[in-house]
Design a protein around this ligand. Structure first.
Ligand code: UT7
Length: 340
């Protein structure tokens, strides 16, 4: 069987904010938002909730589904652009503590909305060489905390939540990768780094003079997200369709052979355009952003979990998971579910 997903889980915070709620304080309408994005509402992390607590809940659900104990986990990879701290300690270490995974290494991975696909590949490599250990891959985001809530073209797009999978391997060390039928493509285009950005990192920090201890001159930077929607839209449609088509080509498959496509849930129009480019019916694409909005690195594992629990993702299905995001990053994995 080799490397496979043995459990999925997800968590969406109970607080829901609709487009109409947002329209009370912003010059927008439910009609505009839904017709341009496919979004009606989003979940929003409440008091006491964070990327770490939501990630831990999703991971616990995945461990329960897999029947795995915390001590069996050897690695926790958390894909997030909204870590609890900026940037350390990692959110993964907080999750490790919350779950009691005392034998696990833990680290965060930042590849924005493509983060889950990147993280899955890291964990796949780990269990390939340490088959006695299991790995948890988590995508978790509290993006509503970093929005500019006066910018109607970006704040309406995002929501909070988390998704997770547990990976196991029953082949000897190194053997699974030689037999795998899965394929992954990871890519980046740093020329588009300014298309989606959030300042407030070390580049923009106000440093102290190391000799005098006096703060150097400058203005603190407001850490809110900026987004060039048109440029991101065009990149998304180009990269999602190309990654999925290339993965099929590498497998010697026509795209029609795919049973399901789990694309990053950024905008329904992006997914529709991707379906058209791939000449696939939209019914093959998982769509949940009407009620989740864009949950960045969490969107693909939330979708996987919803599909598994509703019986719409079953063993033997040929699927691709495809994502794109800030960086710019993109990537995809083809597999015959649940084998990696
Ligand atoms: O995970 C990756 C994260 N990023 C993305 O996924 C973003 C991808 N891009 C998109 O989803 C779309 O580009 C947006 C939804 C952000 C914008 O949609 P659009 O169809 O490209 O709209 P636009 O930017 O061309 O704006 C059209 C008009 C503008 O008005 P004017 O200048 O034509 O008078 C905007 O000011 O719509 C206006 N507008 C709005 N009106 C009402 C922009 N946002 C809103 C709004 N409500 N929320």
């Amino acid at each position: 069987m080799g490397i496979r997903v043995i459990g999925t889980g997800s968590y969406l915070p109970p607080k829901v904010v609709t487009n109409d709620d947002i329209a009370r304080s912003l010059d927008t309408t439910d009609e505009w938002i839904f017709s341009h994005t496919g979004i009606h509402s989003r979940h929003v992390a409440g008091e006491g909730e964070s990327s770490a607590t939501m990630g831990a809940k999703a991971a616990q659900a995945a461990m329960d589904a897999a029947g795995v104990k915390p001590e069996e986990i050897g690695l926790i990879v958390v894909a997030t652009s909204t870590p609890d701290y900026n940037p350390f300690p990692s959110t993964a270490c907080l999750v490790q503590d919350l779950l009691g995974c005392v034998n696990a290494g833990a680290f965060d991975l930042q590849a924005a909305c493509a983060g889950f696909v990147y993280a899955l590949e890291q964990a796949r490599g780990f269990v390939n060489f340490y088959p006695d250990k299991k790995a948890i891959v988590i995508g978790t985001e509290s993006l509503t905390r970093v929005m500019d809530w006066t910018d109607r073209s970006s704040c309406i797009l995002f929501g909070d939540g988390a998704g997770a999978v547990v990976l196991a391997n029953d082949e000897p060390a190194g053997a699974a990768s030689l037999k795998t039928t899965a394929r992954t493509i990871l890519g980046a285009d740093g020329k588009g780094a300014h298309f989606i950005a959030r300042s407030g990192g070390c580049k923009d920090a106000l440093p102290f003079d190391p000799v005098t201890g006096v703060p150097m001159k400058g203005e603190p930077v407001l850490p809110a997200m900026s987004l060039q929607g048109h440029d991101v839209f065009a990149f998304a449609v180009r990269s999602l369709a190309k990654v999925a088509t290339d993965l099929c080509e590498q497998k010697g498959l026509e795209t029609e052979a795919l049973d399901r496509v789990f694309a990053h849930q950024a905008n329904a129009r992006i997914i529709e355009a991707t379906a058209r480019r791939m000449k696939l019916p939209l019914e093959k694409f998982w769509l949940n952003l009407e009620t989740t909005a864009n949950t960045s690195a969490a969107s693909i594992p939330i979708s996987l979990d919803q599909a598994v629990r509703s019986g719409k993702l079953t063993d033997g299905m040929k699927i691709v998971m495809i994502g794109f995001g800030a960086g710019l990053t993109y990537g995809g994995t083809y597999c015959t579910w649940p084998n990696l």
